[in-house]
Design a protein. Structure first.
Length: 742
């Protein structure tokens, strides 16, 4: 039975998004480069009949009373009032109970069901991946979200031997967007034929037919739909091209593998144009990944340099991060100028320098305001701020405070306080001063933070800001110059809008050098003293050791391709910790296994399946441990261990498995696969038979913040590291291949 012999008319299902752009599941999407792919699918109409009245005496009483009053001829409103009065229930609750039980006609017989309710849904079956989507779609949502779209230009019947046109346009927003139809191979056969019966999973039945009170029926109605999936690149995660769930609920990256298979399979000729677009995205991903790696490497080098010069900077992580970003951007600007880069590239990096400079300055001043507050002279500071009332322009008053704080270039101060850009907001200024006095976090607003330091330095001769003003007379002009660029560049305007703004001042090479020197000087004066020469040598030696360990770890990861693909960062961190002989080595091993199990849960289970599997645990450590070892014995991978995890957490956090310990994740994943896909579990055990025991060993070695002492181990944990990485590699190979996956 051919379901979709042609694409001349296609019912598309999607969730409309603002501006036609897909949104990341968490946060704003940085890269707008994307392609829309239409997957052929079948929509089955289902009915869900439930009967909860017999199990709930309150509901049964309300429904029965309504029948009695209906026979007596009472109007609905009067009947509801009387029921509420008789039962002492809230009137709105009575209405809700009756509304839920109004639709009680059996679809097959047409007879009334006592207390039965029916709801109607669509179940979507993806013909490319051969899988149903994990949730039912209410009929009203489907009818609102699905539309009939004409292919433009019309697509000819592929069965007549003519070359089909694969593109059509869909009204995703105010503008019409191009989408590309994905054809599976073998068009001459009925490749769009859906199963005669929808493949409803056990987890879906458990989810919607709870406690055996529901019946999910296929109504014999099926229609073709096109599931619009958006493939996009994300700056947040360049590990793969991400695929939006067509129903607007996060991502379904497993679909990308099926899309790639269809592009390279028998249908390659029909998907040639779409394949070119996907390859372009892959090339863009690799380029972005290389750029990100280079920039991250440069940033890490700068962080190490800063740590060498300012050993205490680790205590101020935000300052450390922003200053490393500034140093890396300044180095990139210098490199671009030296190699003769075009003006647009150099100016783009210069603007990024302004943003990083501004962020670093805000952090330094916000922390210093609290750290260096003259608490023995609070009343004097308050007295100087008393005249600041209303919305008047206090430029001349601030100029006097700056002079008292030690600023000698009063003309520069006058330009800073003059005009709209230098206008200080009195409310914010008072708020940050009050927060500093109370030892609380203060609002990040650089002009007010700088002026607040002026007030402090005006009453305290020994305040470090006086030294900063002496050594950095250009501080106020740089703050004012960078504020314009930072505000425009960071608050949502794109590059074209920035270029059109005439008042945006792109910093020059000299100003960029001043920014770097200024932040280093302020860091030294206000927060962290610069290290001595001997201390810097000691820090440099430690950095060399870390860098050597990092290089060895990167080289070693080439031996573990599956690990590198699925959990590359965590695996590399475990290798680095081993070669660096880090006391936190066991923590790195634990994090690797945590991420590995998270991949298993994400790719091979649904939330409903996890919650059902969690019900197998009673919460008793002894009983659940015995139960698990029986499971292990069935697969010939049992082990002995005194470690018994708190299995009560499995039931409590099954909805969010990332909160579970790694031992609980082992237990839950084993029970889950044993119930849902035992063949896949057997494959895992055959390929990586030691993964339960290795998981247990990692948990025991990690213990309660246990540290690694490499000198006390006979082989320096060499055997443990090889067993861990080898087992994890074989485990991830099975995950990547997806053998017998359903």
């Amino acid at each position: 039975r051919s379901l979709m012999p042609e694409f001349s008319k296609l019912r598309t299902f999607y969730i409309q998004r603002k501006n036609g752009k897909p949104a990341l599941p968490m946060g704003r999407m940085e890269k707008s480069r994307y392609e829309r792919v239409v997957l052929p699918a079948a929509a089955y109409k289902m009915s869900l009949t439930t009967n909860q009245v017999t199990e709930n005496i309150v509901v049964k009483t309300v429904v029965d009373l309504m029948k009695v009053y209906h026979r007596q001829g009472l109007e609905r409103g009067q009947a509801i009032e009387r029921i509420a009065e008789k039962t002492c229930l809230n009137r709105l609750l009575v209405k809700a109970i009756l509304k839920r039980n109004e639709n009680n006609t059996d679809l097959e017989t047409g007879e009334q069901n006592e207390g039965a309710t029916q709801a109607f849904y669509y179940l979507l079956y993806d013909l490319i991946s051969g899988r149903t989507f994990p949730e039912l779609i209410p009929v009203e949502v489907f009818e609102e979200g699905a539309r009939m779209e004409s292919v433009n230009p019309p697509v000819v019947d592929p069965l007549n031997g003519k070359e089909p046109l694969l593109r059509f346009q869909t009204g995703m927003s105010e503008k019409r967007q191009n989408a590309w139809i994905l054809h599976p191979g073998g068009m001459e056969e009925t490749v769009f034929a859906a199963p005669l019966e929808p493949p409803v999973s056990r987890s879906m039945e458990r989810q919607y037919c709870q406690n055996g009170n529901g019946v999910l029926r296929y109504l014999g109605i099926v229609e073709p739909v096109g599931l619009i999936c958006t493939c996009y690149l994300s700056d947040r995660d360049l590990s793969t091209i991400h695929v939006m769930n067509p129903l607007g609920k996060g991502v379904m990256n497993q679909l990308y593998g099926h899309i790639r298979e269809a592009l390279k399979g028998e249908g390659a000729a029909q998907n040639e144009e779409l394949a070119r677009h996907i390859e372009d995205m892959e090339a863009g991903r690799r380029e972005a990944l290389e750029t990100a790696d280079n920039y991250t490497e440069s940033q890490n080098v700068m962080k190490q340099n800063l740590q060498t010069q300012y050993p205490g900077i680790q205590g101020y992580k935000d300052v450390w991060e922003h200053m490393a970003t500034l140093e890396a951007r300044c180095a990139a600007y210098e490199e671009a100028v030296n190699r003769g880069a075009d003006r647009q590239e150099a100016e783009s990096i210069a603007k990024e320098c302004s943003v990083a400079f501004y962020d670093a300055m805000e952090d330094i001043f916000a922390i210093s305001l609290n750290k260096n507050y003259p608490r023995d002279k609070i009343e004097l500071v308050d007295a100087r701020m008393t005249p600041l009332t209303g919305n008047r322009n206090y430029a001349s008053y601030y100029l006097g405070i700056a002079e008292q704080a030690g600023f000698e270039d009063l003309e520069s101060c006058r330009r800073f306080f003059g005009g709209q850009d230098g206008k200080i907001k009195n409310g914010i200024l008072k708020s940050v001063m009050y927060g500093a006095r109370m030892g609380k976090m203060v609002q990040r607003s650089l002009p007010e933070l700088v002026v607040a330091h002026m007030f402090q330095a005006a009453v305290e001769e020994a305040h470090p800001f006086r030294e900063a003003a002496r050594r950095c007379p250009e501080i106020l002009p740089l703050v004012k110059t960078s504020k314009k660029t930072r505000d425009i560049f960071k608050h949502g305007l794109d590059e074209r809008n920035v270029e059109r703004r005439e008042d945006v001042e792109v910093p020059s090479g000299g100003e960029i050098t001043q920014m770097r020197v200024l932040t280093e000087t302020l860091l030294e004066v206000l927060l962290v003293p610069r290290a001595t020469e001997a201390e810097q040598k000691q820090q440099a030696a430690a950095y060399d050791n870390r860098r050597a360990a990092s290089i060895r770890a990167k080289d070693k990861m080439e031996e573990y391709p599956a690990l590198k693909t699925l959990v590359g960062r965590a695996a590399e961190k475990a290798c680095f910790s081993f070669y660096y002989q880090d006391p936190e080595y066991f923590s790195a091993c634990l994090n690797l296994m945590m991420e590995m199990y998270d991949v298993l849960f994400t790719e091979y289970s649904t939330q409903g399946q996890r919650e059902t599997a969690a019900e197998a645990f009673t919460g008793g450590r002894e009983e659940d441990d015995a139960f698990m070892h029986q499971c292990f014995q069935r697969y010939a991978c049992d082990y002995k261990s005194p470690d018994r995890p708190n299995t009560r957490n499995i039931r409590q956090f099954s909805y969010n498995v990332k909160d579970l310990s790694v031992k609980c994740k082992l237990y839950l994943s084993f029970v889950l696969l044993d119930r849902e896909n035992p063949e896949f579990l057997r494959c895992l055990v055959e390929e990586a038979p030691g993964f339960p025991q290795v998981t247990d060993e990692v948990c025991r070695k990690r213990g309660h913040n246990n540290q690694a002492f490499f000198g006390e181990s006979p082989d320096g944990y060499e055997a443990f590291q090889q067993e861990l990485m080898g087992t994890c590699e074989r485990f991830c190979q099975v995950l990547r291949k997806g053998r017998t996956r359903q």
